[in-house]
Design a protein around this ligand. Sequence first.
Ligand SMILES: Cc1cc2nc3c(=O)[nH]c(=O)nc-3n(C[C@H](O)[C@H](O)[C@H](O)COP(=O)(O)OP(=O)(O)OC[C@H]3O[C@@H](n4cnc5c(N)ncnc54)[C@H](O)[C@@H]3O)c2cc1C
Length: 570
Amino acid sequence: MEAVHEVLILGSGLAGLRAAVEAAQVSKDELDIAIISRVQLMRSHSVCAEGGTAAVMHPEEGDSLELHAWDTIRGSDFLADQDVVKLFVEESPKEILQLDHWGIPWSRRPDGRINQRPFGGHSFDRATFAEDKTGFFEMHTLYDTLQKYASITRYAECYVTSILIDNGVFQGLVAWDLATGEFFLIRGKALVIATGGACRMFGFTTYSLTATGDGMAMAYRAGMPLKDMEFVQFHPTGLVQPGILITEGARGEGGYLINNKGERFMEKYAPSKMETAPRDIVSRAETTEILEGRGFEGPDGLDYVHLDLRHLGADKINERLPLIREVAIKFAFIDPIEQPIPVRPAAHYFMGGIHTNIDGATPVEGVWAAGEAACGSMHGANRLGANSTAECLVWGRITGEKAARYAMGQKSLPPAPQQMVQEEEKHLFGRIGRGDGSEDVFAIRTELQRTMDHNAAVYRNGPDMEEALKKVRELKGRIEHVKVEDESRIYNTNILAVLEAINLIDLAEVIVAGGLARTESRGAHSRRDFTERDDVNWGKHTLARYTPEGPRLDYIPVNITMWQPVERKY
Ligand SMILES: Cc1cc2nc3c(=O)[nH]c(=O)nc-3n(C[C@H](O)[C@H](O)[C@H](O)COP(=O)(O)OP(=O)(O)OC[C@H]3O[C@@H](n4cnc5c(N)ncnc54)[C@H](O)[C@@H]3O)c2cc1C
């Protein structure tokens, strides 16, 4: 079977839905657009976003675009491309208003103006929010807006297995419809990759089960470079034990972090910002407290510190943080109105991703990338909270428009690469999971997660990462021996587990190889054996290109247009 459209949007999270709306709008509903998602559209991970979306909305009170740009660049430990950040801060307020016009119920002040809350690393209350369910309301608003357009086809529960490229030009996607078992080619003139992050390679993570980095891994194997993958963000407040996120908004609203001595330990690490310092700094502080014996003993080695909200009072918790209260009660049996919440750093976000330019264009003709799957170099070595949903909206819009205009300018589709599809089908159903059965895919995934949790998390060093690289390469070989007994093509979750594991292993190899090579500490990449930032040798972006033997690393300069790097202190 073959499906033909003009613009393909791979992913239906915030970035994908925003891109789809824009593509429909600029083409006046005339382009044939398809959204392809491995889950039901509204089950995309973005619905989990809690705390807020950053934008300068109240310049009359002292905030400014320049201040937002400075906070973001300083937060990035001077690895962000500054022209990209400038564009971001200029565009994000427009996206907040656009969503407002489309009907989002932003939380408001008593005078009716849009409310904003403090967030880590921002020097102004800049996180625009809808209670603590910001992503949920943003997704619904975009989804509702999509209903206005007739030209959009949706492929839900359709798992894309590869991106086809010939001679540097996009050809199409190969998709597996999980509900019918059908395997088919989706042709299009332009593609926006919006497939999200890959935090499921870590065991303790805030991310949805579906965040397995498929788009990044497919792009990488199809020849697109991945950028700055060694920078993985750990969020300071993953709920122990399930890892569910306790939004930074909880600290933004005034929550304290407390060790087993009853101390607000952030005084030692970031005296001016305290609990609202950037995430890399707070996560290191918590890890240090735990390693030095000032944490609380947790289950399965998940030692923790306390997030105390009790002093905020029941009214504020119920009004501003209702989801957090519900999550703490249901998953940790703790009511934050009466007890502190057990938290520790959890894998949360990929600063790196598919290399793009400022317009979200990849090096492949006809392919753009947006959202967490992309790396347009906005977050550098450490993302500020609330900047990701804003980035999804800004580059969802930009890439949706660029892809639509490109498609409108193309008279015909590239030829159907039928042979590539046949090869892919043979590979998927004839080779994947057809080993001798001496290995189990779920054991392999657990080993990968343990390795990444222990050897490539908040603190790193050379020997640990070398061991991780060895392990990841061993797992790459061992996965060939997995046998999937179920031969059905309908909802075959065992084959899916193997495909996801292959993707996660490929990406883990890139992360560890990039981290080993980068002999400095910067943002979220913090090495015990190279504790200083080294701008002379490492003030540059890493590019990783696929080879069958492992990633080939290369470097490109950081675009510094406004501020020279200075010491980062809070
Ligand atoms: C719990 C939590 C709370 C957060 N809160 C905030 C916040 O308050 N503010 C903020 O700025 N950021 C927040 N973040 C980060 C932010 O939510 C994400 O970075 C952002 O939502 C990612 O959106 P996306 O559109 O790039 O991808 P996603 O929302 O992850 O969507 C990815 C899409 O790609 C599809 N897909 C993936 N692989 C395939 C495949 N093989 N075939 C077909 N489809 C595929 C999926 O089905 C999905 O539709 C939070 C993150 C977490 C984990």
